[in-house]
Design a protein around this ligand. Structure first.
Ligand code: GUN
Length: 291
């Protein structure tokens, strides 16, 4: 069994990105600049945005964090987006999700200039991704593809079962893995909350991407021998024995599933760090696209 080490792989990627930043500077080009908008004070979102800003510093990017209160109106948020769209120094920006309930997420994501949409969530970029045209790939699926590639995991002709159909992970993952590309050419089944006999499907899967958001949902009895397991889940589970009062759990029951897996991502240290590295990669691309 091989651990797909996202922490190590993302560290390698960040070194590569830092080297590119140095080269840009030597050529007298601008420093990549990522901005992030955070609305409200959801603990997990604050942690993720903080990690993204820290990663920018590490690779030599400039970063801007726009921290707005929970009660921010949709109009105010749209104004912030317009201002980032018009700010020539900002190469790319993201709006951390989820947004408070009174804000229309779709409307907000549509307001981002697609050329600065380094999360790849704008319909124009989702369309380009679907047609396999050059664009920003959403960071989590992009990170999973990169991890599979770097570990030479065979995907061609394999049966992938993606559990979850979210716009951020499940849906784009299913599209990318079915495309003619590295870590693609797979036969993909998308399973979701209305799927019948899920275990029958997962037992046939050569590769399982668990992205449903239920802690330790996928157990050893649901996977076949030598399956490749990608765990996208990251849920805070109460645990009084921990300093912070919780532990982080994936969607995979690691102890039972790892006994059967050929490759498996841990939580934490698997998909999560890859997501951040790919966001940096998209920002570098946005900066280079500007010329
Ligand atoms: N919330 C959960 N995942 C993501 C992501 O990849 N980008 C943003 N902006 N918000 C998220």
């Amino acid at each position: 069994m091989t651990i797909l080490d996202g922490k190590k792989t993302s560290a390698d990627l960040k070194l590569e990105i830092a080297e590119s930043v140095k080269q840009l500077k030597l050529q007298g080009k601008k420093t990549p600049h990522l901005a992030a908008i955070l609305v409200g004070n959801d603990g997990a979102s604050m942690t993720y945005v903080g990690a993204k800003v820290k990663a920018c510093e590490l690779v030599g990017f400039n970063s801007t964090l726009i921290d707005l209160p929970e009660e921010t109106t949709e109009d105010r948020l749209l104004q912030e987006i317009e201002s980032l769209n018009n700010n020539d120094d900002v190469d790319g920006f993201i709006i951390q999700l989820p947004l408070p309930k009174h804000i229309d997420e779709q409307k907000v994501l549509m307001a981002v200039n697609p050329d600065k949409d380094v999360d790849g969530f704008h319909p124009t970029n989702v369309g380009k991704m679907t047609l396999d045209l050059p664009t920003f790939l959403p960071a989590t699926p992009f990170g999973i593809m990169e991890l599979l590639e770097r570990y030479n995991v065979e995907t061609s002709g394999k049966h992938v079962v993606v559990i979850g159909r979210s716009h951020i992970v499940g849906r784009p993952m299913s599209i990318l893995m079915s495309q003619k590309r590295k870590a693609g050419n797979a036969t993909v089944t998308v399973a979701h909350s209305r799927t019948k006999n899920l275990k029958e499907l997962t037992l046939q899967a050569d590769i399982i991407v668990a992205a449903l958001g239920i802690a330790e949902f996928l157990t050893g009895d649901m996977v076949k021998q030598d399956a490749v397991i990608i765990d996208v889940g990251i849920t805070r589970v109460e645990d009084a024995s921990k300093k912070r009062g919780y532990r982080l759990a994936g969607d995979v029951h690691f102890e039972s599933v790892s006994k059967k897996a050929s490759f498996i991502t841990p939580v934490p240290g698997g998909v999560g760090p890859m997501t951040i590295a790919m966001l940096l990669k998209n920002t570098l691309l946005a900066c280079k696209n500007k010329g």
